[in-house]
Every structure is written in structure tokens, then in C-alpha cells.
Design a protein around this ligand. Structure first.
Ligand SMILES: *[C@@H]1O[C@H](CO)[C@@H](O)[C@H](O)[C@H]1NC(C)=O
Ligand SMILES: *[C@@H]1O[C@H](CO)[C@@H](O)[C@H](O)[C@H]1NC(C)=O
Length: 474
């Protein structure tokens, strides 16, 4: 009986391993070592010695590499170019379940139908006009067709492509278009449909494709003879794990632990558009799903009618001089269950996004304008004589920086002009804890004796701090 239970738990946990999204980290970070230095293959990349890790490991670009301020070269048959910043370009992303891309489109440029096998994509348009869409997976009813959701996007619009679904973007404007997109995996992968089906090496047997597409064999021969151009980033290595019985048991233990510490769970359907809270009669972890038959492309689009998009600067006239404009599941119901969200942050000169944490997300940020001094602090080291370590960098337009899940971090505009960033966060609802507000500005206040002892200062200092007006950034 115990053995049978063990086996069924094992099967359940293996199933969840198969369908799991990027697992939650078990340490502050695990900066990937370069592949050519790695002698061991694991799911993901092995970690650099934490004592050798520096702020550079969390910064893209490296020396002599162009940043994301530089347009990609769209002189190719598709007229589009994806510039990825995933774990292969930015080793600090390893184990953190998120990455970022810039995509450039010439007029009439196309990012052709493709899927990301391991990620949902949330995209913000910075320039241009794009016709975008995705197609649902096969419905249970064989008489119902796969459904297409499309929208025409302009600057400031945000759109969601749910995990694993076929999607595309097409520049329908007469000018170049530019987007930034967050993807909910350190290594989302790309499968360009045309290339994978008609351009594989060796080719798929034409009889298979003739039957699959129900066309004449000559059509397939013609298609297979075409040059299929892949604009998207490369297809990465496969991983093989040999499992002995002893290893199975340790996997079982690890997977039980990962159930407890899981990040946003992988979805069990194409999408689960959140119903409005005031229409919900049932409370669950996350939001309950709208009837899929009632779902339209508008559910995947931000902003709603008569709302400003992310092209509109936030109002930084406040004591901190910064403003976060979030696009999470509360603003964009199509993000529900998809494990990702996006923000725009504006900073006046000397504006500060004060020390805070996102309890449920890693943040990966790209600077669009201005100069920011940014940093994060590691959690307490095992050795009580070692201090929490600060990692800082000064960022310029095109720079990408990572703030690992749950760690305290900040951004400070050290330039004389406004600064703007877009950031992807690896949760539909990352949450924010502004340290100063949570500690000194809670309601009701934390007992001053607790804080006096915690901060090891005079009681009057705590009383003074608790008496301050704490501006809440969000
Ligand atoms: C863009 O790519 C084309 C085709 O590969 C090449 O001829 C051209 O020099 C490139 N332009 C730039 C600015 O790198
Ligand atoms: C920005 O916020 C300040 C303070 O709340 C307000 O006085 C001002 O009118 C706002 N500006 C705009 C453009 O909304």
C-alpha cells in the first residue's frame, strides 16, 4: 500500500516535472558558467562560484557588444530581426524564469508564425503599427476549428501570446516598428513553423506532409524546396537525464519541495482570462477563468478603452520623483495563469524607485532613456560574520539588468534628464514590498520596541521614522 502510494505520488510529481515551467530558484542566483567551461550537463546551466559573481553577470551587453538601444538589421527576406537577451546572452538569468527581447520590423516586415515551447510572451509596442495574432490549440470538438485572435497594435499597447501557442507579428505601417517583450523562461526556445515543418534537416518524409496537409505531393515538394529563413533566435540544446532508482527517489523529494516553493504554475489550458473580481463568486489562488467562448482578442490587449497606453509617461510629481505603471493581471486579465507581467517606470531627474522587493518575481529591465544607478542586495549569508552583498551598476539606454526573485533592489536616476525603462516580471502578480513603508509605515504600526531592537538604535529614532509620511510608489 505504501509502495503503491509512493509510486502514484512519484507519477504525479513526474507529470508536474514534464509540464512544469522554469522551476523556482533554490538560492539568490545561479549565474551560468560559459558552456565551454561546463563539464556537467543539467537542466539549465550550472552555477558559477557565488564568490566569483559580480554585478557584470547581471548586465547586458558585455564589453564591445551593442545594447538593446541599437536596432536589429532587418535586411533579410522577412524584414524583421529578433535580438534576444536570454540566459545565453545574460548568464545572471539562469534559474530565474524570465528573459527579454527587442524586435525590429522594417515596413511590411514579418515575424512569421512560431511558438515558444517554454514561455508566454508579453509585448509592448514602442514604435510603429503591428498586426498581431495567435491561434488556440485544437479544440476537443473535432468539428470546431482552431480559433484566431488578432489585434492591430500601436505605440503603448501591450499584448499577450500565451505559452506554446502559434503567433506572429506583421508591420502594417509605412515606418519601422520596434517592440520589447518579456518571456516567461530563461530560455524560451523558438519553433518557426514553416522552417520546422518544411525546412528540417533531414527533411520530413514528403508522404507524411502530403497526408498531413492534404495537398498534392508536388505542393509539398515545392514547399520543401523553398529557402526558409529563420529570423528568430536559435534552437537550443536538448538535455538527457539518466535516471537510476536512487535518483528517482531524490527527484521525488526535490519535486515535493518544488511543489511547496513553486513559482506561478504552468497553465493547464491555452489561457484562463480572469473574470473581474466583482463578478467572481469563487476565490482561488489566482483568478477564476472567463468562459473561453466569451474570450476575445481584447482580453489580451492593454490598455482598455479610454485608458492611456504605455507610451504615456507616468506622473513623477511626487516626493520620490518616480512612477511605476504596471500591466499585470489586474490591468490585463489575459495574463491570468501565464506567469508574467510588464511595467513601465518613469524617473524625473534624481528620481528614485526606493528599495523594495517583488515577493513572487524576478525582474529584467531594459533602459530606454536616461542614466540609472541600480542595485540589489543578497539575502543573509550562512556565515554570520559575512555581510549581505550589494551588486550595483550604472545603466545607459540599451542596457539590460536582472533583479533576482525576492531580493531588495532599487533604481536611481543619476542623470539630468528623465529616465524610462520597461521591465518584465516573472509573475502575473509580482507584488511589491517597499521596505521603508512596510517597516515604518504599516497600519497599525509595528510595536516600536520591536523595531528599536531590530535596528539597534535609540527608541526616539524609531519614533521619528514612524512619524514620517511614507510615499507609496505603487
Ligand atoms: C544588414 O544585413 C545585410 C544583409 O546581411 C548587409 O548587407 C548589411 O551590410 C547589414 N547592414 C548593417 C548596417 O549591418
Ligand atoms: C501630476 O501629479 C501632481 C501631484 O499629484 C498634480 O498636481 C499634477 O496635476 C499631475 N500632472 C498631470 C500632468 O497629471
Amino acid at each position: 500500500m505504501a509502495v503503491r502510494l509512493l509510486i502514484s505520488v512519484l507519477i504525479i510529481s513526474l507529470v508536474s516535472l514534464t509540464y512544469a515551467s522554469d522551476p523556482d530558484p533554490l538560492q539568490d542566483f545561479c549565474v551560468a558558467v560559459k558552456d565551454d567551461e561546463a563539464k556537467v550537463f543539467v537542466n539549465g546551466k550550472i552555477c558559477k562560484d557565488p564568490n566569483m559573481v559580480s554585478a557584470d553577470d547581471f548586465l547586458f551587453p558585455g564589453p564591445n557588444i551593442p545594447g538593446l538601444n541599437v536596432p536589429g538589421n532587418t535586411s533579410n527576406p522577412l524584414g524583421s530581426k529578433v535580438t534576444p537577451v536570454n540566459v545565453n546572452q545574460l548568464p545572471g538569468l539562469n534559474t530565474l524564469g524570465i528573459s527579454l527581447v527587442r524586435i525590429d520590423y522594417a515596413p511590411y516586415g514579418l515575424n512569421p508564425p512560431h511558438t515558444h515551447p517554454r514561455a508566454t510572451e508579453v509585448l509592448v509596442v514602442v514604435e510603429g503599427t503591428l498586426y498581431v495574432g495567435f491561434v488556440t490549440s485544437n479544440p476537443a470538438d473535432p468539428n470546431v476549428k482552431n480559433k484566431l485572435f488578432t489585434k492591430t497594435l500601436k505605440p503603448g499597447d501591450v499584448f499577450v501570446f500565451p505559452e506554446g501557442l502559434i503567433h506572429f507579428q506583421f508591420n502594417v505601417g509605412k515606418k519601422n516598428a520596434v517592440v520589447f517583450a518579456g518571456l516567461s523562461s530563461q530560455n524560451p526556445g523558438v519553433i518557426t513553423i514553416a522552417n520546422a515543418v518544411f525546412g528540417s534537416d533531414p527533411p520530413i518524409n514528403p508522404d507524411v506532409l502530403t497526408k498531413a496537409f492534404q495537398v498534392d505531393a508536388n505542393v509539398i515538394k515545392y514547399l520543401q524546396g523553398q529557402f526558409c529563413y529563420s529570423s528568430a533566435f536559435a534552437f537550443y540544446f536538448a538535455v538527457v537525464l539518466k535516471m537510476a532508482v536512487r535518483l528517482l527517489i531524490s527527484v521525488l523529494i526535490i519535486s515535493l519541495v518544488s511543489l511547496t516553493y513553486a513559482s506561478d504554475p504552468a497553465p493547464l489550458q491555452d489561457f484562463c482570462v480572469a473574470v473581474k473580481d466583482d463578478e467572481a463568486k469563487v476565490f482561488v489562488n489566482g483568478k477564476i477563468c472567463k468562459d473561453p467562448n466569451m474570450v476575445s482578442a481584447d482580453d489580451f490587449l492593454f490598455p482598455g478603452p479610454n485608458m492611456p497606453g504605455l507610451n504615456v509617461p507616468g506622473n513623477t510629481s511626487n516626493p520620490l520623483g518616480s512612477k511605476v505603471t504596471p500591466v499585470n493581471v489586474n490591468q490585463l486579465p489575459g495574463l491570468n495563469t501565464l506567469g508574467i507581467s510588464l511595467v513601465r517606470i518613469d524617473y524625473a531627474p534624481y528620481g528614485l524607485n526606493p528599495p523594495h522587493t517583488h515577493p513572487r518575481a524576478t525582474e529584467v529591465l531594459v533602459v530606454v532613456e536616461g542614466t540609472l544607478y541600480v542595485g540589489f542586495v543578497t539575502s543573509n549569508p550562512a556565515d554570520p560574520n559575512v555581510k549581505n552583498k550589494l551588486f550595483t551598476k550604472t545603466l545607459n539606454p540599451g542596457d539590460v539588468f536582472v533583479f533576482p526573485e525576492g531580493l531588495i533592489h532599487f533604481q536611481f536616476n543619476v542623470g539630468k534628464t528623465n529616465a524610462v525603462v520597461f521591465a518584465g516580471l516573472s509573475s502575473q502578480n509580482p507584488g511589491v514590498i517597499t521596505i521603508a513603508n512596510a517597516v515604518f509605515g504599516s497600519n497599525p504600526p509595528i510595536n516600536p520596541d520591536v523595531l528599536t531592537k531590530a535596528f539597534q538604535v535609540d527608541a526616539n529614532v524609531i519614533k521619528y521614522l514612524q512619524g514620517q509620511f511614507w510615499w507609496n510608489i505603487d
